[in-house]
Ligand binder design. Structure first.
Ligand code: NAD
Length: 253
């Protein structure tokens, strides 16, 4: 697979790929949000690597784990609360606005595709959304600020009116993937003729199976990332560099 590293050559190659495509599927990972100030998962020193993630089973079984999960969540939210969409988010929003893409599949939980102007129903979130919470028993939605205020006042993790546990609406390690979102993502990949992976190490499964599913159904696979990814060898083209620099023209068109 060809690997381009020179920024102008990457931009030109990307433009050609998009012009050839009838239906682009952008597939994003944490890398699209680093230029918004939210660290990714695997780059050295990120907050995510300092704290061992709390698995879903621990959250369900242990009150202490729930308290710790909510404590971390509010610390994390405080440091990311000024985050605004990056050039990458804006470029993807443009692809959708101009009809080149119909939807975006994301592993991110930060809501920044929606903040860039993509309608919520066009954002397929494989790992949920961290901007609200839900009851694990009845599914009722809860906003975070009232939960935060009660948590600060009582130190107790939130519980639903139905008695169920309330958890940030993200998918934790060990938690089942959202079946409907996974189905939608695979369908979108099968319909695409270009899957554009942006800022994902492509190591997390089943999410990383989505671009592969697109490729098996005839889509070209193009990877935009500053480091090698797990699927570079499968890709039709790899554009290696910073997302903001590579997608700048797309965001401006
Ligand atoms: P990852 O951290 O495994 O990979 C991110 C990739 O993006 C890395 O290969 C990195 O080199 C690259 N990258 C980072 N900044 C870049 C930039 N400016 N330009 C080019 N490349 C850049 O992320 P992942 O593949 O999404 O998997 C991590 C998991 O953690 C996901 O499942 C996600 O749910 C979760 N997560 C989400 C967020 C978020 O919502 N913003 C942040 C961290 C982790």
């Amino acid at each position: 697979m060809p690997i381009l590293t020179e920024t102008d050559a990457c931009r030109e190659a990307l433009r050609e790929q998009i012009e050839r495509a009838r239906r682009v599927l952008p597939f994003t990972g944490a890398g699209v949000s680093t230029e918004s100030g939210i660290p990714d998962f695997r780059s050295p020193g990120s907050a995510w690597t300092r704290n061992k993630p709390i698995p879903f089973q621990a959250f369900v079984q242990s009150r202490e784990a729930r308290i710790e999960a909510w404590r971390r969540k509010f610390v994390m939210d405080e440091s990311f609360k000024g985050a605004a969409p990056s050039v990458g988010h804006r470029a993807i929003a443009r692809l959708i606005e101009t009809g080149r893409a119909q939807e975006v599949v994301t592993q991110n939980i930060d809501g920044l595709h929606q903040a860039a102007g993509v309608a919520a129903e066009r954002v397929i979130e494989l790992h949920g959304n961290g901007t609200f919470a839900t009851c694990l028993s009845c599914g009722r939605r809860y906003e975070l600020e009232p939960i935060r205020l009660a948590f600060v006042a009582t130190g107790e993790p939130p519980a639903c009116a139905c008695g169920g546990l309330v958890k940030s609406a993200t998918i934790s390690f060990g938690q089942a993937m959202p079946a409907a979102e996974m189905r939608r993502a695979l369908d979108a990949a099968a319909r695409a003729d270009l899957v554009l992976c942006i800022g994902s190490s492509l190591v997390v499964y089943p999410a990383a199976g989505v671009p592969l599913h697109g490729q098996r159904n005839g889509a070209r696979l193009v990877i935009v990332n500053r480091e090698p990814t797990e699927l570079d060898a499968e890709a039709d083209l790899v554009l290696r560099g910073e997302i903001g620099a590579l997608l700048r023209d797309l965001a401006a068109t």
